[in-house]
Write a protein that binds this ligand. Structure first.
Ligand SMILES: *Cc1c(COP(=O)(O)O)cnc(C)c1O
Length: 387
């Protein structure tokens, strides 16, 4: 039988990180000692007290059935409590919080609740690929908002044509930002809210990196007046508690928007495994010194890599949040050429900026997911490359 894939599936670009992983594995097979600064997946294990809570919850038979619904009441309450203490924003745990099987799942399904064919979706680029994938799957029309250095990697709404704004149904934003590591302040969120209200656009703020910061604590979109009227925020336990493999996060904010997402989800999945929700409760309500330690670890790595690169002729800004370094490539090279050279001549895997959007051309993204000695080794190897 000839298997014919759907037009939508054929329209998708290959998932970037799967491609990078394939190249990395091929190099390892050739015997190369690879230093992987590619995919943003924490190298440290989930803190013990969270794993233990998960183990105990796994032993309870009542957790082995379909979870159904928007999450355990206890989980949603833990989210609301954490949110209030971290951001000073109160959430109704019953109507304004929905557990997710990782925020990627929620972001991917979000479009199904709101997008009709032809609706415009405003998407930051370079950016997390899922915003555009969900748009393609719903026959929406992606409109890419470039994140440029001259605008501090914030979208410039005045550059978006009026007719696009009128047709826009959903806007994604993401701060602290992957891949540029930029942060946003209340003033920017106020502008977003004004645009959303004027053109009736649903705002989806992806806050997966809200806890990976080195200077000022990032604020929540929902902490700005009027935000809850127009939008929701996506959160993840993946980066904050080194839980990428567990698959748990949540969406919170506007009750009508949450209801739309929850309706899609109840038709497609049957909820988050309750044992994992219990581990999530332990993460959110337990001691937070593990998060502080993690920030310290990434900070050391950030300083080693950024100072090191700047010391050998690169020009790299020190990020104030996320575990990414968004580095301008040496003059005269494209992102892809630099990624190729780093892999072939130094055994270093990193992400080409243009793979995450055309405005990422001229940059590569390094993830700070290896230890300081390996970063020092990477620097030694980069220094030997002839440009
Ligand atoms: C890692 C990441 C996520 C989500 O991760 P999940 O593991 O699915 O919760 C979401 N957005 C961005 C920008 C990310 O980098």
């Amino acid at each position: 039988m000839k298997v014919e894939y759907s037009a939508k599936l054929k329209k998708l670009p290959p998932y970037l990180f799967v491609e990078i992983d394939r190249k990395k594995k091929a190099a390892i097979e050739r015997g190369v000692d690879i230093i992987s600064l590619g995919v943003g997946d924490p190298d440290q294990p989930t803190p013990d007290h969270i794993v233990r809570a998960g183990q105990e919850a796994l032993m309870k038979g009542t957790n082995h059935q379909y979870p159904f619904g928007t999450g355990l009441k206890k989980y949603r309450a833990a989210v609301a409590q954490w949110y209030d203490s971290r951001f000073g924003v109160s959430l109704d745990a019953d109507t304004e919080v929905c557990a997710l099987i990782g925020s990627k799942e929620g972001i991917g399904h979000f479009h199904l609740a709101f997008i009709n064919p032809g609706d415009v979706v405003l998407i930051p680029e370079p950016g997390y690929p899922v915003y555009a994938t969900g748009t393609i799957f719903t026959d929406g029309v992606p409109y890419f908002m470039p994140l440029l250095e001259k605008n501090n990697f914030l979208p410039d709404f005045s550059a978006i044509p009026e007719d696009i704004l009128k047709k826009a149904k959903v806007m994604f934003i993401n701060y602290p930002n992957n891949p540029t590591a930029a942060t946003a302040d209340a003033g920017f969120f106020e502008t977003v809210i004004a645009v959303a209200k004027k053109y009736n656009i649903i705002v989806a703020h992806d806050a997966a990196y809200s806890e990976i910061y080195y200077d000022k604590k990032p604020i929540s979109f929902l902490s700005v007046a009027g935000a809850k009227e127009v939008g929701v925020e996506f959160h993840s336990l993946s980066k904050t508690y080194n839980m990428t493999g567990w698959r748990i996060g949540w969406a919170c904010g506007n009750a009508d928007i949450i209801k739309g997402l929850a309706t899609v989800k109840e038709n497609f999945d049957s909820g988050v495994f309750q044992a994992i929700q219990e581990a999530g409760i332990a993460a959110l309500t337990g001691p937070q010194d593990c998060v502080e330690q993690m920030r310290g670890l990434y900070k050391q790595r950030r300083d080693t890599l950024v100072d090191g690169l700047n010391g050998i002729g690169w020009t790299v800004r020190k990020p104030s949040a996320t575990f990414y370094v968004w580095a301008k490539v040496p003059a005269g090279y494209t992102s892809s050429a630099v990624v190729g050279k780093l892999l072939d001549e130094a055994g270093i895997v990193c992400t080409p900026g243009n793979g995450l959007g055309t405005s990422g051309e001229g940059f590569v993204r390094f993830a700070l997911t290896v230890d300081v000695p390996r970063i020092k080794e990477a620097l030694k190897r980069i220094e030997k490359i002839k440009w």
